[in-house]
Design a protein around this ligand. Structure first.
Ligand code: PCA
Length: 321
């Protein structure tokens, strides 16, 4: 009996000794493998494995398979996982700095979106740090446009519809558009449309194309309202425990990932918009009236946002402008 126990202990000891060499890290991500951010996450993990000679081995758990999207921030914060990917907007209720990401018409092309990110990054980084997370990199989505089952010329055409929301800011936007916000995660979009839980949504051409939007809606109005991003964050303690060299490998891989995102998104935005049209969706430019109605809502949202945290939001806006 004793012998057996001793042998078992020895074995366990041997197991842990060899495991000390390679750190097994887990990285939950919210979106499936067809998405640009997920492809970049796999490359990021590969770069780190190569750069550390296998000492840091990150397993990417895509499509919310390990942790549900709304729970990823807490999983990283508490060290349940060492790092993870999060859509910035879903943290809007944690602190207003995260709302910079879903404000309509603040930044509607990639150049401005990069500038807005540079302006917001110090505040975002500070807030994440307070919550025990280290910012590694961001990946942008294509501009967010309007999907419906009928043509839209003015906001009146949307009145009373059920509008998908994916963050506190998009819920507020749905209210201001006189629609009813309904929170639906990406994998549930097709079913939510076909069962009438939602009638309309604002998202990227990529999410529409990946979800085969032509099966359940017919019109895409290219309002290009904002360019949101995901961030990849590490648990602060897990990151600090690494050697300086290892931290540098991760920082370098993160910089490469971020560059890939800004470059890649320009390509996927164009390709995925073409895919929508090829599959029979009517892709059109918005009317001047719709745009001016939406711009007014955007102005209201900027004002409300600034009032929520004048100091931090003021800093982001003045950096940006
Ligand atoms: N797709 C994700 C986030 C932004 C986007 O383009 C979504 O719709 O939830």
């Amino acid at each position: 009996m004793f012998k057996q126990l001793a042998a078992a202990t020895l074995l366990t000891g041997a197991f842990f000794t060899s495991a000390v060499q390679a750190d097994q890290w887990h990285m939950p991500t919210p979106y499936g493998d067809a998405n640009l951010p997920t492809k970049i996450a796999y490359e990021f993990a590969e770069d780190i494995k190569n750069g550390t000679n296998g000492d840091i081995d990150i397993t990417v758990h895509s499509g919310a398979s390990l942790v549900k999207h709304p729970e990823i921030p807490r999983a990283v914060r508490t060290g349940q996982v060492q790092l993870g990917e999060i859509f910035i907007g879903i943290m809007g209720n944690t602190h207003p700095v995260f709302k910079h990401d879903n404000i309509p018409f603040l930044a509607t092309n990639f150049e401005d979106a990069e500038k807005l990110w540079e302006a917001a990054k110090p505040e975002v980084e500070k807030q994440l740090d307070k919550e025990g997370m280290t910012l590694l990199y961001a990946v942008p989505w294509p501009a967010q446009s309007l999907y419906t089952k009928a043509p839209v010329n003015t906001l009146k055409d949307l009145e009373g519809l059920k509008m998908r929301a994916y963050s506190p800011s998009t819920s507020r936007l749905a209210d201001l558009m006189n629609t009813t916000p309904t929170t639906v995660q990406v994998p549930e979009i097709p079913q939510a449309f076909s069962t009438g839980i939602i009638d309309a949504m604002i998202t990227s051409p990529s999410t529409g194309a990946n979800g085969q939007a032509w099966d359940y809606l017919s019109h895409y109005t290219d309002i290009k309202a904002w360019i949101p991003k995901n961030v990849v964050v590490a648990n602060k303690r897990a990151f600090r425990r690494l050697s300086d060299e290892q931290q540098q490998v991760i920082r370098d891989a993160a910089a490469a990932a971020e560059a890939r995102g800004w470059e890649g998104v320009r390509v996927t935005a164009a390709e995925d918009t073409a895919t929508l049209a090829e599959n029979g969706i009517t892709v059109s430019e918005p009317s001047a009236e719709l745009m001016s109605e939406l711009q007014k809502i955007g102005d209201i949202m900027v004002k409300e946002w600034e009032e929520e945290a004048p100091e931090e939001v003021g800093a982001i806006l003045s950096n940006y402008r």
